[in-house]
Design a protein around this ligand. Structure first.
Ligand SMILES: [Zn+2]
Length: 555
């Protein structure tokens, strides 16, 4: 992947205005106002001697709703005032009482601040944005400054629009496939497993009542005016925020632009021309099959169908009683179908053998023929599509590294970035104060890590992830709930080897949203405080375990 330097991506118009370089000098430039896909460091040349950043303060209230992210960051501004940033606010739809819990969380936020200077939406999944929809009236009480999203959410970005087309087609096809699967009377083990898996993915994309994740994202975006929406990407030069120029610099590590890294493996040569469900092979095949079933596409119009429509029999008409009456051939076919495909249904009186042979014949003909039936198995492709959709959306996570200028410490929020997003950080570089800053360099200075994707095995890399986080003050928070994860059949989440390695590297300074001590007013974590990056720690005194709050040692 090409080197991503700030210099390389400077719009030429800016150079014409006398900006020789966008190499960033301390204090970090504020993110300029006005919408643009990749905000440039417009004040990069306004070099001022770096004042002391020793006053840097960061307090984070991590909400503990379980499978879902909602983190409220309070930065102390250079003038001593507060700067409030909310990163995500959602809960997976499978969790009982989720919307009510999120309502409590939004109420709690309102007790702390009437203003959210920045809302960060990491990616378009229900467990990260549901509250903007389900608690939309509560959110209206806040004054909201800006919203930050990944470039993937920018409606005027052609690559984002292409990705969006895939998402829309895939969500639509999966929703229909899911409906069909739910309606099956005897799904069999394969399709039953598919039902479960699909339900879990649907929970990232829909609310309990079928509300769409897009509506939740848009509800958040609409809390701001169009001028205050920022679409960020790794080519965005490192920036600061107004009032924090002396202490803070923000790097955007992801989402990557590289399609392979995002998980898009589009190969036009292998794709069909007709796209009922988008431009991607699986979404197209499934979308077309569903459209054919619904009568919206004629069998001959589906260019992705594996067989010619003239080949084979239509099961419905072959089973039809009317056909059976009309001709001998049809009757024989219907009987064959009955005995070797649909059985063990009631035998036709004419086919019932008489006398001694009856028992033997009944045994063979009444054998359950379920194992032969494949007429719903085409829905199986939806599992691949669901995985693709899920991975790509997670990989579109906006990843922010907050660097504190004096201490050089980094606090890392990765959304649900999966493998491709993490790998792309290996190649990200910026020029700051004539020095090169790389992704691995930021990881090496990370003192606090918001664990990605609720601690799953594919969202925290080993060699190119945790093993690079070498700071001995490391601490981490995992927005997870092991019981809920089992309930929705995700298996062990958080993934034990990641948890073990985190505990080792962070010297046990790991807090999980489902930690039992959080629900005890006098509970204590598994480490002493202060320790490492955790200067102070408190938690919800009500016994509801709603939040845990940490002062991070960033100064
Ligand atoms: Zn998530």
């Amino acid at each position: 992947m090409a080197k991503r330097s700030a210099k390389r991506n400077l719009p030429s118009a800016r150079k014409a205005r006398g900006q020789a370089s966008v190499s960033v000098s301390a204090p970090a430039p504020a993110l300029p106002s006005g919408p643009r896909p990749a905000p440039a460091a417009s004040t990069a040349r306004a070099v001022v001697a770096a004042p002391s950043g020793g006053g840097a303060k960061l307090t984070v209230r991590f909400y503990c709703q379980g499978i879902g992210d909602c983190h409220l960051l309070k930065f102390t501004k250079d003038d001593g005032g507060d700067f409030w940033m909310l990163i995500d606010c959602g809960i997976h739809s499978s969790i009982t009482g989720g919307p009510a819990k999120m309502g409590q969380i939004v109420d709690d936020i309102a007790t702390l601040t009437p203003r959210l200077d920045v809302i960060v939406l990491t990616h378009e999944h229900w467990d990260h944005n549901s509250a903007f929809f389900t608690a939309r009236d509560k959110f209206k009480q806040f004054t909201v400054g800006e919203i930050w999203l990944g470039w993937t959410e920018n409606p005027s970005d052609p690559q984002a629009r292409q990705l969006d087309k895939f998402k829309a087609g895939a969500v639509n096809a999966l929703q229909q496939a899911n409906k069909r699967l739910q309606g099956l009377r005897e799904p069999g083990p394969h399709l039953a497993a598919l039902q479960d898996g699909l339900q879990a993915v649907m929970g990232f994309n829909f609310g309990v009542q079928g509300e769409k994740v897009r509506d939740a994202r848009d509800a958040a975006v609409n809390l701001t005016s169009p001028n205050n929406r920022r679409y960020l990407e790794p080519t965005t030069p490192p920036f600061s925020i107004p009032g924090l120029g002396k202490t803070l610099r923000i790097y955007v590590l992801g989402p990557p632009r590289d399609a392979a890294m995002l998980g898009i493996t589009e190969r036009p040569a292998e794709m069909y021309g007709i796209a009922a469900a988008g431009g991607w092979p699986i979404a197209t095949v499934l979308g077309n099959a569903l459209a054919t079933e619904a009568g919206a596409l004629q069998p001959g119009q589906d260019m992705t169908a594996p067989f010619n429509p003239e080949d084979g029999l239509d099961l419905k008409s072959a089973r039809s009683r009317r056909n059976r009456r009309s001709d001998e051939q049809a009757k024989a076919t219907a009987q064959f179908l009955h005995d070797y495909y649909d059985g063990p249904a009631r035998l036709e009186p004419a086919a019932k053998p008489a006398g001694k042979k009856r028992r033997a014949a009944r045994d063979s003909k009444r054998t359950d023929q379920k194992w032969r039936r494949i007429d719903q198995d085409w829905l199986g492709v939806s599992s691949d599509l669901a995985i693709q959709l899920d991975d790509r959306t997670n990989n579109s996570s906006l990843v922010l590294a907050f660097e504190f200028l004096e201490s050089k410490r980094v606090v890392l929020f990765v959304g649900d970035a999966q493998v491709g997003n993490w790998l792309s950080w290996q190649n990200v570089k910026w020029t700051v104060d004539d020095k090169t800053v790389t992704g691995p360099d930021l990881l090496a200075r990370t003192v606090f890590y918001k664990v990605g994707h609720h601690g799953s095995q594919n969202a925290t890399l080993k060699q190119h992830g945790l093993e690079l986080m070498k700071n001995t003050d490391l601490a981490a928070f995992i927005p997870t709930n092991a019981k809920d994860a089992l309930k929705v059949k995700w298996g062990a989440m958080p993934f034990v080897p990641i948890l073990d390695d985190l505990n080792t590297r962070a010297n046990k300074r790991v807090v999980r949203a489902d930690d039992a001590w959080l629900a005890l007013p006098a509970g204590n974590p598994q480490f002493s405080v202060p320790s490492g990056a955790i200067k102070a720690l408190s938690h919800d005194p009500s016994g509801n375990g709603l939040w845990v709050q940490m002062d991070i040692a960033v100064g």
